[in-house]
Write a protein that binds this ligand. Structure first.
Ligand SMILES: *Cc1c(COP(=O)(O)O)cnc(C)c1O
Length: 341
C-alpha cells in the first residue's frame, strides 16, 4: 500500500516512540508536565513569541485562537476555501458565536486591498470585523505558499484597522522550507498562530497555539472549556519535540517527491508541476473522462490511496512514510489509470 491520502497517516518512527516511552510526565491541567512545558517553550521560541499552548487537534487550536480574537457576535474574515471555514464543521459559529465573511480563495493568492476594503470598523450599525485569518500553506489551494511580502502587507492592514491577525499554520513548516523563510519571520506578523505536529512532522497527535503570555493564559481556560485539558500528555509532547528537532528539514524531500509526481502526471493534462510548491498535488480531472471518486477507487484496487476532495479534484500528499519507491509505484498506477481513461 502507498498511502497518499494525507500527511496525517504517518506513524511514529522508532526514535519517536523511544522519546515517548521515556518522557517525563506530570498532570498538565495543573501545569505540571515538564515535557509539555518544554515543547511549549520551544515552539514559542521558534516563532519569536512569548508563549504557546499544546492542544489535542488543529481544529481545537484554531478555534481557541479565533475565540481569543473575536468576541461572540463579532466578525472573522477568511478565505472561502480556508480550513476554518470549510473543514471545521461550523465551529466558529457553533462554539464561538462568531460570524464569518469570506474573500474568494484563488490558491494562496491574497488580494490585500480587497481584504482591507472588506473590514467593517466598529461604531456603525454593522457587525464589526475583529480578526482576519490566513492559511499557510493553503490546503485547498494545493499546498501553495503565501509570500512573506504579502503577509507583511496584510499585517499593515490589520494594524491600521485595529483587527487581529491569525495564521492557520497547520503546514507552516512546509512554507518555511519551500520559501527559505525562518519561522520567526512568520511568527512576528501574527497575533496568534496554530501549528500542527501530526501532519508532515509525523507526531501521532497534537497542535500548538502560539501568541502572547496573556493570550495563552486565556487560551488555557478556553481549552479546558472545550474539553481539551489533558493529563500526563508529555508522552505526546515528547513526540512533538522529537518532530520539531528532526522532521522539519526533511520536508524538502517530500516537496521534491510531490514535484516528481506532478511532472510524471503532467502529460495527462491533470496538473501543472510549476503549481506544486510543497507536499500537496491537486489533480484536476475536469478535462478527462474520470471523476475523482472513480480515479480514487481504481488506484486503490492497485494499492495506491489518494483523496477525492471535490467531484473533479483528487489530492495527493507526500509525507514521512512515503519513499522514492512509493512515489514510483504511485506514478505507475495513476499514470496507468489516467492513460487508459
Ligand atoms: C489539518 C488541518 C487543520 C487541523 O486539523 P485537525 O485534523 O483538527 O488536526 C487545520 N488547518 C489546516 C489547513 C489543516 O490542513
Amino acid at each position: 500500500m502507498v498511502d497518499l491520502r494525507s500527511d496525517t497517516v504517518t506513524r511514529p518512527t522508532p526514535e519517536m516512540r523511544q522519546a515517548m516511552a521515556y518522557a517525563e510526565v506530570g498532570d498538565d491541567v495543573f501545569g505540571d508536565d515538564p515535557t509539555v512545558l518544554r515543547l511549549e517553550a520551544r515552539a514559542a521560541e521558534m516563532f519569536g513569541h512569548e508563549a504557546a499552548l499544546f492542544a489535542p487537534s488543529g481544529t481545537m487550536a484554531n478555534q481557541i485562537a479565533l475565540q481569543l480574537q473575536v468576541p461572540s457576535g463579532g466578525e472573522l474574515l477568511a478565505g472561502a476555501d480556508a480550513h476554518v471555514v470549510t473543514y471545521e464543521l461550523g465551529a466558529a459559529a457553533a462554539l464561538g458565536g462568531i460570524s464569518t465573511r469570506t474573500w474568494p480563495s484563488v490558491g494562496a493568492d491574497i488580494d490585500v486591498d480587497q481584504i482591507a476594503a472588506m473590514i467593517r470598523p466598529a461604531g456603525y450599525p454593522s457587525v464589526p470585523t475583529r480578526a482576519l485569518a490566513v492559511e499557510q500553506t493553503h490546503n485547498l489551494g494545493g499546498g501553495t505558499v503565501v509570500p512573506l511580502p504579502v503577509l507583511r502587507a496584510l499585517r499593515e492592514v490589520s494594524e491600521k484597522a485595529g483587527v487581529g491577525l491569525h495564521c492557520d499554520g497547520a503546514r507552516i513548516w512546509h512554507a518555511a522550507v519551500a520559501d527559505g523563510v525562518p519561522l520567526s519571520a512568520y511568527g512576528e506578523l501574527f497575533d496568534t498562530l496554530s501549528v500542527c505536529l501530526s501532519k508532515g512532522l509525523g507526531a501521532p497527535a497534537g497542535s500548538l497555539i502560539i501568541g502572547s503570555r496573556e493570550n495563552m493564559a486565556r487560551a488555557r481556560v478556553l481549552r479546558k472549556r472545550l474539553g481539551g485539558g489533558m493529563r500526563q500528555v508529555g508522552i505526546l509532547a515528547a513526540a512533538g519535540l522529537h518532530a520539531l528537532e528532526n522532521h522539519i528539514d526533511r520536508l524538502a524531500d517530500d516537496h521534491a517527491r510531490a514535484r516528481r509526481l506532478a511532472e510524471a502526471l503532467a502529460p495527462y493534462g491533470v496538473v501543472d508541476p510549476a503549481a506544486v510548491r510543497t507536499n500537496i498535488v491537486l489533480l484536476d480531472l475536469s478535462k478527462t473522462t474520470l471523476d475523482a471518486p472513480s480515479l480514487t477507487a481504481r488506484a486503490a484496487e492497485q494499492g495506491v490511496l489518494i483523496s477525492p476532495m471535490l467531484p473533479s479534484i483528487a489530492r495527493i500528499i507526500t509525507h514521512l512514510d512515503v519513499d522514492d519507491a512509493g512515489v514510483d509505484r504511485a506514478i505507475d498506477v495513476l499514470g496507468g489509470v489516467l492513460g487508459s481513461a
